[in-house]
Write a protein that binds this ligand. Structure first.
Ligand code: HEC
Length: 153
């Protein structure tokens, strides 16, 4: 590495470090995992509306939204849930300490969502009945985890 590059890297690190020092240590992880959940909500939204008949069934939109859900569910979670990032330790999160006391169960609930979204991905573009048949399990997987591991607003 030549000196110019080294200096650029060092000043970049300083800039990142200065930013982090002002905020709590886990801002990036918390914002990133919340962003992931926003993507879930954004993509499940039209699927629920179609299933309930609030908007017309659109096979392409249904297939794309279900594919997005399955894709986001497949992201590895390891670095998003550091110790000490629960809602009793830091501000700005609804993640309950129970997550870290039951990490295996939390991972299982995440895996249940993965299974449900994989089924939805196969079904959603095939017709309204197929979408309706697969979406309930996805909603249940969201709720099952929120009931145990997410604080009320
Ligand atoms: C394995 C557990 C788990 C599953 C499964 C899960 N969630 Fe969550 N969700 C959480 C936790 C924990 C939080 C709080 C995260 C935080 O504030 O750090 C959360 C937060 C959220 C939020 C708030 C995000 C924000 O802006 O702060 C939304 C919306 C959400 N989840 C939607 C969903 C939807 C939709 C599904 C199903 C497709 C889902 N979640 C599945 C655990 C889960």
């Amino acid at each position: 590495m030549n000196f110019t590059r080294f200096a650029a890297a060092a000043s970049l690190m300083a800039a990142l470090g200065a930013g982090a020092a002002l905020a709590n240590d886990f801002d990036t992880e918390v914002e990133t995992r919340q962003g992931q959940f926003k993507l879930f909500a954004f993509n499940i939204g039209p699927l629920v509306e179609m299933a309930q008949g609030d908007i017309d069934y659109d096979a392409d939109m249904a297939a794309t939204a279900a594919e997005n859900l399955a894709s986001v569910t497949s992201l590895h979670q390891d670095r998003l849930w550091p110790d000490g990032s629960d809602n009793e330790s830091i501000e700005g999160t609804r993640a309950l300490p129970a997550i870290w006391e039951n990490l295996d169960d939390f991972a299982d609930k995440y895996a249940d969502l993965g299974e449900a979204t994989a089924n939805l991905e196969m079904a959603a573009g095939e017709g309204l009945d197929e979408l309706r048949g697969a979406i309930g399990a996805v909603g249940n997987a969201c709720s099952a985890c929120h009931d145990d591991y997410r604080a009320e607003q």
